[in-house]
Design a protein around this ligand. Structure first.
Ligand SMILES: *Cc1c(COP(=O)(O)O)cnc(C)c1O
Length: 457
């Protein structure tokens, strides 16, 4: 008999979590304005809000925490991080930042001016926020296949090269760089193929443009390349990572994802000149260039995390767990984005609750239902997140209304996944009875989803 698959680690420390009654949850979610971001973590049993900064560090990472160098300038921890970035990603220059959006803020302060256009594959919300905040525009050039959740395509994060060239043809003067997000978070944690990255590089060279990788989940992307791309089966993850990044001039990193730390990020680049320019903003916004908003111990844990996060055995354990949950849901007939992404399972709320109008926020309604059913916290990736058009102030309704279940790294067991799956099956069985969605009663002018308050329609 073939041995079943099991995790490539064992558990050394535990944190108790608490169950609650439906009645308690009804009170709590009402008090939170039906916004799951506004719940206390103690009111949540299984927290799949995000995989960002929620991972469990290893024994080696915790030991690195003990030997962090907290010197203001030139700390050994800075050089540990520098060496890991050069070794794994191949960039000579880097700047630490406190997280991914801070990296965007610093880099975009150098590169983006009003009226600019930034083409890419479904820009992440903070990325888009930092572009639009500078009165520039993000143009989505993701392949059309990504927007059909039923279609099984191995690389739904790919850039449509035709769309990209059309934008470059029309707006070449306004485009400072192209962004490729690996994996593509907004289209469902979907990977970009090595071939696509190479083609984007070629097109960028043709037009003399820089290429930025938004790299939060670069290692998961490399895992998918190894599993799915012809000719890459026998390559190591590290080799694939190096081949991916050969096509980029610079990267922004939210280390809270694939570097498995609770806080941290960085910008890395090949150009010394760009490093010098970005250093000015880094010092203003983040901190001196050898710590940029991170403590020495955190830089140590990040460096170690970059190595662990790009090991095949770890990635296999992680991505198989996400797939385990996705498969369970598919077996129950629940509509999910296919194929299952790297860090999360995305439910197609338009197909789950087709009778609910989009103006009543289908994905948010589903997320609230799941919380009420089992104390599980997911997150809406739909119209609330898409926000209003900055010019017309009209609500934007994206092609996909998704409810995301992001799986923290090395945190939950498959028993937890079983609870989530059965809770969703119960809701799916009574979906026709879900007749009321939500309306907004408070919203912030930008990135409203974090603080929005809702009420039942
Ligand atoms: C998380 C994320 C960011 C932003 O990083 P933070 O660390 O949350 O600030 C940017 N891009 C992508 C693709 C991300 O997943």
């Amino acid at each position: 008999m073939e041995l079943p698959f099991a995790e490539s680690y064992k558990i050394k420390m535990v944190e108790p979590i608490r169950k609650s009654s439906r009645q308690e949850r009804e009170t709590w979610i009402r008090e939170a304005g039906y916004n799951l971001f506004r719940l206390k973590s103690t009111q949540v049993f299984i927290d799949l809000l995000t995989d960002s900064g929620t991972g469990a560090m290893s024994d080696k990472q915790w030991s690195e925490m003990m030997i962090g160098d907290e010197s203001y300038a030139g700390a050994t921890s800075y050089f540990k991080m520098k060496n890991a970035i050069l070794d794994i990603l191949g960039f000579e220059y880097f700047l630490p930042t406190h997280q991914g959006r801070a990296a965007e803020n610093v880099l975009f302060s150098v590169l983006i001016k009003e009226g600019d256009i930034i083409p890419g594959n479904s820009h992440f919300d903070t990325t888009k926020g930092h572009i639009e905040f500078r009165r520039a525009q993000a143009i989505d050039c993701t392949i059309d296949e990504a927007f059909d959740t039923t279609l099984d395509h191995p690389f739904k994060g790919n850039i449509d090269l035709g769309k990209l060239e059309a934008v470059l043809n029309e707006h070449s003067d306004e485009i400072p760089f192209i962004i490729v997000t690996v994996t593509c978070n907004s289209s469902g944690g979907q990977p970009v193929s090595l071939e696509n990255l190479k083609m984007v590089r070629q097109i960028a060279d043709k037009y003399g443009k820089l290429v930025l990788f938004d790299s939060a989940r670069f290692a998961e992307n490399a895992y998918f390349i190894k599993m799915r791309e012809k000719g890459c089966e026998d390559k190591s993850i590290r080799t694939i990572v190096r081949e991916m990044f050969e096509n980029a001039d610079m990267m922004t990193m939210s280390a809270k994802k694939d570097a498995i730390v609770n806080m941290g990020g960085f910008i890395a680049m090949r150009s010394k000149e760009l490093h010098t320019k970005a250093s000015v903003f880094n010092i203003m916004f983040e901190g001196y260039i050898t710590y940029g908003g991170m403590s020495g111990r955190d830089m140590n844990a990040l460096a170690q995390g970059l190595y662990e996060g790009s090991e095949f055995e770890y990635l296999e354990t992680r991505i198989r767990q996400v797939e385990y949950l996705g498969k369970k849901l598919m077996d129950f007939g629940i509509p999910v984005q296919q194929p299952i992404g790297g860090h999360a399972v995305f439910l197609d709320a338009k197909r789950f609750l087709p009778h609910l109008p989009k103006e009543e926020f289908q994905a948010q309604t589903l997320a609230v239902e799941l919380y009420l059913e089992a104390g599980v916290r997911g997150v809406e990736i739909g119209a609330l997140l898409a926000d209003r058009d900055p010019i017309t102030r009209k609500n934007r309704y994206p092609a996909l209304e998704l409810m995301r279940l992001a799986i923290p790294r090395r945190v939950y067991t498959n028993n937890h996944m079983d609870v989530v799956a059965v809770a969703l099956k119960n809701i799916y069985d009574r979906r026709d009875a879900i007749r009321r969605g939500f309306k907004i009663i408070y919203e912030a002018p930008i990135m409203r989803h974090f603080t929005v308050a809702l009420d039942l329609v």
